[in-house]
Design a protein around this ligand. Structure first.
Ligand code: ZN
Length: 246
């Protein structure tokens, strides 16, 4: 089975469309999503509808939790908080209910599981070797897909050795990482707001039969998304940072 793994789409419809089109060319069977469907970007309802059309299996992210009103964005920075209130104001009640119904990870998928932040906590950022080691210790399935940091990376544990791989994209925007290691933590990067200095949408395809991870970067109509954000009155910084990939 070939799984298209998306994360942190953040209401960016142009980035989602470009990602799905590229994934269709590469071929996939099923769509998975590690949360943060909404927040930051200008098209929350449209992105939710598109994901539903793709029949994606999706866990809740922290932006989904606060944007539907299950929680308040008290720990969010000013720009993120403003975007949360804007998103709430745009989403009809039925959409906020759909967001509220998204399951909290971990969600088991074949020999993998989906979470948003870390295995134990959807708000926790999994960044350092120590974070990875602690999570790999409690990781039950073979592969844990996570998001939240908006950076593509693979942590692998083989016996007692932790290895770290970051995708090195070729001129076609793809990078392949063979799965080695007993347990893996895999972040596909962010579709809608990458933060590794590359503005292009980030995602991966996991082939569960061969154990290959194919990472992709795709350009999208960035100016269209930014123009929508400015027209909507979303914070200028959020539009600006999309172009930086930060
Ligand atoms: Zn996010």
């Amino acid at each position: 089975m070939r799984y298209l793994v998306l994360s942190d789409i953040h209401s960016n419809l142009e980035a989602l469309e470009a990602s799905v089109q590229r994934a269709e060319r590469a071929g996939y069977d099923r769509v998975l999503c590690c949360g943060d469907v909404v927040g930051y970007g200008p098209d929350p309802a449209e992105v939710m509808d598109r994901l539903e059309g793709l029949q994606a299996a999706c866990v809740r992210g922290n932006h989904d939790r606060v944007s539907c009103g299950l929680d308040e964005p008290t720990n969010f920075n000013t720009h993120a908080r403003q975007a949360v209130y804007w998103t709430r104001s745009q989403l009809p009640a039925a959409y906020r209910e759909r967001l509220a119904a998204l399951p909290l990870g971990p969600m088991p998928i074949e020999t993998a599981q989906l979470v948003h932040g870390s295995i134990a906590d959807e708000d926790e950022y999994l960044v350092t070797d120590d974070d990875a080691a602690a999570n790999l210790q409690i990781a039950d399935p073979h592969v844990t897909f996570y998001g939240h940091t908006h950076e593509a990376i693979v942590f692998a544990l083989l016996e007692d050795t932790l290895s770290i791989s970051v995708p090195r994209y070729g001129s076609d925007g793809s990078a392949s990482i063979p799965i080695s290691g007993i347990k893996l933590l895999v972040n596909p990067g962010s579709v809608g707001q990458p933060r590794d200095g590359d503005w292009r949408a980030s995602f991966l395809i996991w082939d569960s039969a061969t154990g290959r991870l194919e990472f992709y970067r795709v350009p999208y109509a960035l100016e269209v998304t930014q123009a929508k954000m400015r027209k909507a009155g979303l914070p200028e910084f959020l539009a600006y940072r999309l172009g930086l990939g930060r």
